[in-house]
Design a protein. Structure first.
Length: 178
């Protein structure tokens, strides 16, 4: 789909005014939310090609400009840490009318916030997608092992499937109704 199907809007959440991009019908609130978090030094425009496709697939896609990225407000408290982005993502979920069917998608710095939001409030997200940043639990364990052995490679984890990595994961899908 063409980038011309992208609309700009503003959303108030967590005490900030967020500039957002969206696509698709703006009257169908029954579709599940798809919240797309950009990385650094990117912006919400990173998602300009994906937003129309998410809308066509039946989602209500939104890509906010993260705190401090124009046109979103600069936070008065000066907080830009991952924890602040996690709280922002959860607040945007609420403000945008998300429910347990919501999908959270993050790239780079946005992937760190995605992992955090999924762990902090797993009931909000049916699915989570993180691109360009591996799960930190497995990554930290690999780096620690590599450092202790005098090697700077994560080779012990490269040949093992992710489910065998020594990390804790949050339940990311809602419980079954049975």
């Amino acid at each position: 789909m063409a980038a011309s199907t992208i609309r700009e809007m503003t959303v108030e959440a967590n005490g900030l005014r967020f500039g957002c991009l969206t696509s698709g019908a703006d009257t169908d609130d029954d579709r599940p939310l798809a919240l797309c978090l950009h990385g650094f030094p990117d912006s919400a425009w990173t998602w300009r090609h994906l937003l129309p496709d998410l809308a066509a697939a039946g989602f209500r896609p939104f890509a906010p400009f993260l705190r401090g990225y124009a046109p979103t407000d600069v936070p008065k408290d000066g907080l830009y840490q991952t924890g602040a982005l996690v709280v922002d993502a959860c607040a945007l979920h609420e403000e945008l009318g998300g429910d347990g069917r919501a999908v959270l998608i993050g790239h780079d710095w946005g992937a760190l916030a995605t992992y955090g939001a999924a762990a902090h409030r797993p009931e909000l997200w049916a699915s989570v997608v993180a691109a360009a940043v591996p799960p930190m639990g497995g990554t930290a364990a690999a780096i620690t092992l590599a450092q202790n052995s005098g090697r700077w490679a994560a080779a012990p984890y490269a040949a093992r499937p992710p489910q065998s990595w020594p990390m804790r994961t949050a339940r990311l899908s809602p419980p079954s109704s049975s």
